[in-house]
Write a protein that binds this ligand. Structure first.
Ligand SMILES: *Cc1c(COP(=O)(O)O)cnc(C)c1O
Length: 387
């Protein structure tokens, strides 16, 4: 399906709302029925139509169709956060005694799900680096139900061979889930590589303007219905119509934003690689990246996140460098219009800073929609002070 068709037409029934170009925000909690029979049918299968907006809603449905098509999936559910999408990608498919294999250091709240939440219900997780298929082969057990992937990881961009892991899991009857937030469906389509469930934080590139928190999960219709029928309705963590409308608005410009961001990012990566203050730049589509060939074989592009490892061993200097940047805001998240910086040492107690640990000398940048020159001007001055 043509991406222009998906973003501009798919799911939009304009004759139903005055031929308005922009869909209405159907801000209603409930929907009325004319006959008891219709109501009875909806009670029996809430996934078949509108009953109550904790379930389906027409504004959200337009978004679901577009997001499913972007991923090449049969169906999509949209949540009020990426974390809710993570939760709903795993919980419906495990029970006490089951086992999960996950890539190590996944997104913080996936890690907390595996380390703190699921053990309370008798579900254990084994972590693997994930760069070799043999690690997955060695880690699975008869009771393994889910293989959880994140490719690339959003700090060091470590990736997994999605086609190989999906084929192995299929053979074993194990469900595969991947967090695709870094690439977005524009640059990577895991479903087409055989992955069962694809999730992303829509807070990032889909929203794109740092004004909405949301998450997406796509996959086969039977799986989405299973999730919807219990966990989605039970947790009540579906997206609200206004936030769905904001995501529809974000989607209109998604390819252009990503195109701009990825071009600017390459300029910034080149700049950083040329700097004597920088030991290493981590960026998955940089030819010097450890897994460059695999990245190039499964990703059509890479976006605005890259990490630099600084030579500087002085935590005070690293902190000052980040604090003194003006056009780069110091903040979590990414995917919006504004460029960001986050030092890894912000997550380390100050007295535990250890310059021998390269992670402590990592600074992650996100490149937004500003011009490359504007951003480089800000960096040049500050980075010299790291010498
Ligand atoms: C931000 C993020 C999430 C969580 O999404 P929220 O919308 O913040 O809940 C999940 N995975 C990755 C890789 C992220 O960057």
């Amino acid at each position: 399906m043509d991406i222009s068709y998906i973003l501009n037409e798919l799911g939009e029934h304009r004759s139903e709302y005055y031929h308005a170009i922009t869909p209405p925000i159907v801000q209603t909690s409930n929907f009325a029925f004319e006959t008891v029979d219709e109501m009875r049918a909806r009670f029996k299968d809430e996934y078949s139509g509108y009953l109550y907006s904790r379930g389906l809603n027409p504004t959200v449905d337009i978004l679901r169709k577009k997001l499913a098509a972007l991923d090449g999936a049969e169906d999509a559910l949209v949540f009020n956060s990426g974390a809710a999408a993570i939760f709903s990608s795993v919980i419906p498919f495990v029970q006490s005694g089951d086992h999960i294999v996950s890539v190590s250091a996944p997104y913080t709240w996936a890690q907390k799900l595996f380390d703190l939440f699921l053990p309370r219900y008798g579900v254990q997780t084994t972590y693997v680096q994930g760069t070799e298929l043999s690690e997955f082969e060695a880690a699975v057990r008869p009771e393994t139900k889910v293989i959880y992937l994140e490719s690339p990881n959003s700090w060091d961009f470590r990736i997994q061979d999605l086609r190989a892991v999906a084929a192995f899991a299929k053979e074993k009857g194990i469900l595969t889930v991947v967090d695709n937030s870094y690439c977005s469906p524009v640059y990577q389509r895991p479903i087409s590589m055989g992955i069962d469930l694809c999730l992303q934080s829509a807070t990032k590139y889909i929203g794109g303007h740092s004004d909405v928190v949301a998450g997406v999960l796509t996959g086969r219709k039977t799986m989405m219905k299973k999730i919807f029928d219990l966990e989605y309705l039970l947790a009540g963590n579906g997206i609200q119509p206004f936030n769905a409308w904001l995501l529809l608005r974000g989607l209109r410009t998604l390819p252009m934003r990503l195109d701009w961001i990825s071009k600017t990012t390459r300029e910034l990566v080149t700049f950083m690689k040329s700097r004597p203050e920088v030991e290493k730049v981590l960026f998955p589509l940089d030819p010097d990246f450890d897994q460059f060939e695999l990245a190039a074989s499964q990703m059509d592009g890479a976006c605005g996140l890259f990490t630099v490892i600084l030579h500087c061993r002085d935590v005070n200097k690293i902190e000052r460098f980040c604090e003194d940047l003006h056009t780069f805001k110091m903040a979590v998240s990414w995917g919006g219009h504004e460029s960001l910086v986050i030092p890894r040492c912000a997550g380390v107690p100050r007295n535990e800073f250890n310059p021998d640990n390269v992670e402590h000398r990592m600074v992650r940048f996100y490149i937004g929609l500003e011009s490359p020159d504007y951003l480089i001007r800000d960096l040049i001055e500050g980075i010299q002070r790291l010498a």
